[in-house]
Design a protein around this ligand. Structure first.
Ligand code: ATP
Length: 599
């Protein structure tokens, strides 16, 4: 069986494989660049099939034919059922299955044959049962992600010195943490009520120390307790999610929000779940469009309460001011949900409830937020304040009335859109470039100084000066989550090579410029890639067919004598979306060229 036949068999085992339209019999996987197929010297070494909406029964036997296969990434798809027989692929180095719906037990000997395995990411699924004992036999393991599953029982005694990243958080694990793993931080283990020993504060009882896998009655009882606690939390969360979903259902259809189409229905309730200063859960609820705290504490009545002001450009305010504010749901982005709150002093702010920052230590979070609060640049939206609880992080910024570039470009074709002529669009692009330049010098050491540049994260001031928001989050979340939530992970850098760098921001800049010049909503923003326009493919095809002018938004070409300058900018964008990051412009050069474009 040839590699091609093996891949076609694999494709056949998928449901909803529309994204693999390049996998066809009359072409060749490596020389014709089949989507997601990574080759080295004509040998298939990796499959990177992430965020494609794939489901079905993965034909692992077909994969056995690919002798050079070392990396499989099928993250963020819709695969379900038991874990496929990947253990048959003994030479595998990376197995990345985060963000699917796999469930059930992982066979106890699953890792026994995977002796070369370096990365195992099985997080954000619904696996249950115990963590397979054989994980101790994967002696080259560097990264193990099992967070957000339903694993029960004790942690196997892993003592691989190779292990550098371990996340077992948010499962139902119990018993004493093996001493060899106490070098990992609290975050690695949190969200497992039954665990004890270092690095957690909880001292183990004799019973904890003797806990044995699965059959132990204590495991069962305590698991049941966990189920009850989790179900209770789930009910609370559900109320919140249902409301958010109700308000966002229109958005989900299109997978992006058109701000302003949603307002809070009078009889609906928003609940923001915030832990009190003593770690006890208390709810802030919004009823009839008003956020209010259901139990008040003296602490919050006095001044800023649990809010830390990092930038006093809009004065100081506290959590209690926010809770009394009139509220409106703005949307539910990759990083979390966003609300607009109009406070009694007339100041409107946006409150973002950040998901997945719960593994951060308070000191790290404080430090990062204060750093963000010190940023000053006319194209940067500097956060105003934050709220930290172990289970809850809120980030507060000024509300920008005109909304996002996404909304102005695609939301409706009213007054704002009419104002989006060539001079305005050039002003926006130059402002975005300046903002990116600032972030790239401020966060020069970060892999991703911005990490999430896209039109919904560009807000527009009244005079169309752009403000970049939601930047520098990569360092605050785990890689599996970043891969789901941040746009820079949708670039070929990550999809094909599993690596992000400052050049990934350049690619995102290229997409944003193409979006502004074509007026099309990029399919690249969508989780499944379905809908919108594949602006990269469209523009590249137009270039090869010498009909570049056709891709430009008629709204700007009909009314300008600057066609040459527009085309010049289009070529800069094309140099930013070069799929090979080595050949791609770097940020400094991209900005220099953009600033040279004239009206
Ligand atoms: N400060 C703000 N002022 C006005 N509108 C905002 C502000 N911040 C966010 N928005 C708008 O609220 C909506 C939801 O924002 P949010 O950041 O949660 O989602 P997103 O930008 O779509 O995704 P992501 O989480 O990946 O950034 C977006 O349309 C965004 O443009």
């Amino acid at each position: 069986v040839s590699d091609k036949e093996a891949l076609l068999r694999l494709k056949k085992s998928f449901i909803h494989a529309d994204a693999l339209s390049s996998w066809v019999p009359n072409s060749s996987p490596c020389s014709d660049n089949w989507y997601g197929v990574i080759c080295f010297d004509g040998i298939i070494t990796g499959l990177h099939l992430t965020n494609l909406g794939l489901s079905g029964n993965i034909d692992v036997e077909a994969l056995l034919e690919l002798r050079g296969l070392r990396t499989i990434s099928m993250m963020n798809n819709s695969f379900s059922g038991p874990i496929p027989d990947f253990h048959m692929l003994g030479a595998l180095k990376s197995l990345l299955l985060t963000g699917n719906n796999f469930s059930g037990n992982i066979p106890n000997d699953f890792f026994s044959h995977l002796t070369s395995l370096k990365k195992a990411w099985l997080s954000y699924n619904q696996f249950n049962g115990t963590i397979p004992e054989s994980v101790t036999q994967a002696t080259h393991l560097i990264e193990l992600h099992l967070e957000k599953n339903q694993f029960t029982g004790p942690i196997p005694p892993m003592n691989q010195t190779s292990l550098k990243q371990l996340d077992l958080s948010n499962n139902m694990l119990e018993g004493e943490i093996p001493k060899s793993l106490s070098i990992f931080g609290v975050n690695t283990f949190e969200g497992n009520e039954g665990l004890c020993g270092k690095p957690l504060d909880k001292v183990c009882t004799e019973k904890d120390k003797t806990l044995m896998p699965s059959t132990n009655e204590t495991v069962q009882n305590s698991s049941n307790n966990n189920v009850i606690v989790l179900s209770f939390l789930a009910v609370i969360t559900l109320i919140f999610v249902l409301f958010a979903y109700g308000n966002c259902s229109k958005r989900r259809e299109h997978e992006f929000i058109v701000r302003g189409t949603e307002s809070m229905a009078n009889d609906q309730t928003v609940e923001i779940h915030v832990l009190s200063s003593r770690g006890r859960a208390s709810d802030y609820s919004s009823h009839k469009g008003r956020l209010k705290k259901s139990t008040s504490s003296q602490h919050e009545k006095n001044g800023t309460g649990d809010l830390v002001i990092v930038n006093d450009a809009k004065g100081t305010f506290g959590l209690s001011d926010l809770m009394k504010a009139a509220a409106e749901v703005l949307g539910n982005g990759g990083m979390g949900s966003a609300y607009k709150a109009l406070m009694a002093n007339g100041v409107s702010v946006v409150v973002k409830r950040m998901r997945e920052m719960n593994t951060l230590q308070r000191e790290v979070f404080d430090e990062e937020m204060k750093r963000l609060g010190r940023l000053r640049h006319k194209n940067i939206l500097t956060p105003l304040a934050y709220h930290f609880r172990k289970e809850e992080k809120l980030l507060i910024s000024e509300y920008i009335p005109k909304g996002s570039l996404l909304y102005v470009l695609h939301g409706d074709r009213g007054i704002c859109h009419n104002e989006l002529n060539w001079p305005t669009r050039l002003k926006i692009i130059k402002g975005i470039a300046r903002g990116m330049g600032f972030l790239h010098s401020e966060f020069a050491k970060h892999d991703l100084p911005h990490g999430n540049l896209k039109s919904s994260n560009v807000l527009l001031c009244d005079d169309y000066e752009p403000l970049l928001s939601d930047f520098a989050f990569n360092a605050l979340v785990s890689t599996p989550f970043a891969a789901q939530a941040l746009f820079a992970y949708k670039t070929p850098d990550y999809i094909q090579y599993q690596k992000v760098s400052p050049k990934s921001d350049v690619y995102c800049l290229g997409i944003t410029i193409l979006e502004i010049l074509t007026g099309k909503f990029p399919s690249q923003y969508l989780i499944t890639g379905k809908g919108g326009t594949d602006v990269v493919q469209w523009v590249l095809t137009a270039i090869s067919e010498h009909r570049l002018q056709e891709v430009l938004d008629p709204d700007i070409v009909s009314n300008t004598s600057s066609l040459n300058q527009i085309l010049r900018l289009l070529h800069i964008a094309v140099a930013c979306i070069e799929s090979n990051s080595e050949k791609r412009l770097d940020m400094r050069e991209a900005i220099r060229r953009i600033q040279e474009v004239q009206l």
